[in-house]
Design a protein. Structure first.
Length: 359
């Protein structure tokens, strides 16, 4: 808040107020660098996760990516080679190794999928890319703040993140660019000398400060936060899977008692209910005080089934009946109780009205 009011300096100004703002931006850069295990000069602030993805992929010709990336990657590249994700929602490292050719410009595979939460083998993919001399980017927008991230161990050259995924302000993101490859990245926005001349435009100081503080807070005690989320997720999973004709979309790597799930974000479940329209389900849940989604929030205006669920091989009618349930570290047991009271009731009601549902 102070950076929107009394400390409203421009970090590029030389007077005291400006220098204070520059110091605050530098502190946020340190906070992000500490969270990712890199140097502050390897962090560049952007206006969003989308911008970070677009920037890194801009002008790249021969890109290998996966079928179920966010549209901020898929729509940013022309004619990419798409790796399959199979029915578990996980890229196979062998497929990537086979797809790389001497012409490959870049590999971009997301860290965790935004609809089904499945976690990709990024460190192994990064190692192959490093060995074959190919640049490697990961869209880690869903992962940063939710799972421990160490860019050294991951062998990645570029990593995108977005503040609003870890309770920071909306409309601010960052791109990690490994020192050794910084020369390969051309500025995406032309203008002033901000962000070491690589991203022009006056900094969103309050947003950047919020991003840094939120990330520092998110990664503190992450294992304990994830263990608490896993306990809630297991409760929801057990209750929902006991309903008839329901399936979980994407791999699940951990059940009760395990502190870590290496295959799926601890805050994510994605179910398909036979005989039900996802949109109808969402509206009914909303009316009962439960806020969930069917696919990605960015494509909620579209009537097409989710490209993520189709990539898993789901038929259209099953993909249409999908529900994505996500939690945060603030989700309470009472909220889980509410979901588990409302959802089975709503599923039964909608199926009773459905012309295609036969008991
Ligand atoms: N990538 C993934 C995996 C996302 O989930 C999102 C947003 O939901 C984005 C990119 C885009 O980030 P932003 O909304 O900050 O542009």
């Amino acid at each position: 808040m102070p950076y929107l009011r009394e400390d409203y300096g421009n970090p590029s100004s030389v007077y005291t107020l400006g220098r204070e703002a520059a110091k605050a931006v530098a502190k946020a850069r340190e906070q992000v660098a500490t969270a990712l295990n890199c140097g502050p000069s390897e962090i560049f602030f952007t206006g969003s996760g989308t911008e970070a993805n677009n920037w890194v992929l801009h002008g790249k010709q021969r890109v290998i990516t996966s079928e179920f990336e966010h549209h901020a990657v898929l729509h940013a590249v022309k004619d990419p080679i798409l790796l399959p994700v199979y029915d578990n929602g996980i890229v196979k490292v062998a497929d990537l190794a086979a797809a790389i050719t001497p012409e490959t410009d870049m590999v971009s595979v997301m860290f965790a999928n935004n609809e089904i939460g499945t976690i990709q083998p990024i460190a192994e993919i990064g190692a192959i890319c490093r060995e074959r001399g190919v640049l490697m980017h990961t869209d880690a927008v869903q992962a940063v703040g939710n799972v421990p991230i160490d860019v050294q161990a991951l062998n990645v050259d570029f990593l995108s993140l977005s503040s609003h995924k870890f309770h920071g302000p909306k409309g601010v993101g960052a791109l990690y660019v490994r020192k050794a490859v910084q020369k390969s990245l051309k500025p995406f926005l032309q203008g002033g000398a901000q962000e070491s001349g690589r991203r022009a435009g006056t900094e969103n100081v309050a947003g950047i400060v919020g991003l840094g503080a939120a990330l520092e807070e998110a990664v503190a005690g992450l294992d304990a936060k994830n263990a608490a989320l896993l306990a809630k997720r297991t409760r929801i999973y057990d209750a929902i899977m006991s309903l008839p004709k329901v399936r979980l979309n994407g791999a699940l790597g951990s059940f009760d008692g395990c502190a870590v799930d290496r295959l799926r974000l601890a805050n994510n479940l994605n179910f398909s209910f036979e005989g039900i329209e996802g949109e109808a389900l969402l509206l009914q849940l909303d009316m009962n005080g439960v806020f969930a989604s069917s696919g990605s929030a960015c494509t909620s205006g579209s009537l097409d089934p989710s490209h993520v669920l189709l990539a898993l091989g789901l038929p259209h009618e099953i993909a249409h009946g999908s529900l994505r349930i996500t939690m945060s570290r603030y989700t309470t047991d009472a909220e889980v109780d509410l979901l588990l009271e409302v959802l089975p009731r709503v599923v039964e009601k909608l199926r009773a009205m459905s012309p295609i549902w036969e008991w």
